[in-house]
Design a protein around this ligand. Structure first.
Ligand SMILES: CC(C)(COP(=O)(O)OP(=O)(O)OC[C@H]1O[C@@H](n2cnc3c(N)ncnc32)[C@H](O)[C@@H]1OP(=O)(O)O)[C@@H](O)C(=O)NCCC(=O)NCCS
Length: 177
């Protein structure tokens, strides 16, 4: 990570910091995220969300990290939708606080997630971006992802079913463990 920043695993106690980070970054994240209800921006809403996410982590369905600087939460990266079997894949999701953009944080966080995916034996990491999300596409290309297609009306983002560019990075060609 860039100097002063660390990536660490999500914990139950992070709910208040997440509520505050999501409230602070509401206009920054809204165009790229699913619609959130008001409870999402509260400590109680984040307590429920974090609890569900850590249950999914225990079940091997996701891995969740925070990017932190001097104890302040300034970003997130997740491996979501972990599937084993013939697919052996996960989807990477990420955001960086509006006050910390352009310092290589997303690139470093995505690289971290990719290395974890590799150590978990996954074959592939994927990501989908809105067509006009040039910043996210730049992050993925810097991290060695290649664009492999376009999915029409793929995700319900900011209140609409929106087309997405699909990216993937293949990690190895060994058989599934
Ligand atoms: C996308 C996002 C995570 C990038 O975070 P970041 O920490 O600023 O990214 P980095 O500093 O690692 O930048 C990586 C590259 O993207 C480029 N980049 C950043 N913003 C850009 C933009 N608006 N247009 C084109 N390229 C851009 C940078 O120049 C950099 O390339 P370089 O090192 O060759 O100059 C951040 O803008 C964000 O949180 N956006 C909202 C949430 C989001 O879109 N998440 C992803 C959903 S798919």
């Amino acid at each position: 990570m860039p100097e002063g920043y660390v990536v660490r695993a999500l914990r139950e106690a992070d709910a208040p910091a997440l509520a505050s980070a999501y409230a602070r970054n509401r206009t920054h994240l809204e165009p790229w995220d699913p619609r959130r209800d008001e409870s999402f921006y509260t400590e109680q809403g984040q307590r429920v969300a974090v609890h569900q996410q850590l249950s999914a982590v225990r079940m091997g369905l996701m891995v969740a990290w925070l990017v932190v600087k001097d104890g302040e939460l300034v970003g997130r990266v997740n491996l979501n939708n972990i599937v084993r079997g013939a697919l052996h894949s996960a989807a990477v999701g990420y955001w960086v606080d509006a006050a910390h953009l352009g310092r290589g944080l997303a690139t470093a966080a995505v690289e971290h997630a990719v290395e974890e995916a590799r150590s978990m034996g996954l074959h592939r990491v994927e990501a989908g971006t809105l067509l006009h999300n040039a910043a996210s596409q730049a992050v993925l290309r810097k991290c060695g992802f290649t664009e492999y297609g376009l999915a029409p009306r793929y995700l319900f983002i900011a209140g609409l079913w929106q087309d997405h560019r699909l990216f993937q990075r293949i990690l190895h060609d060994e058989p599934p463990a």
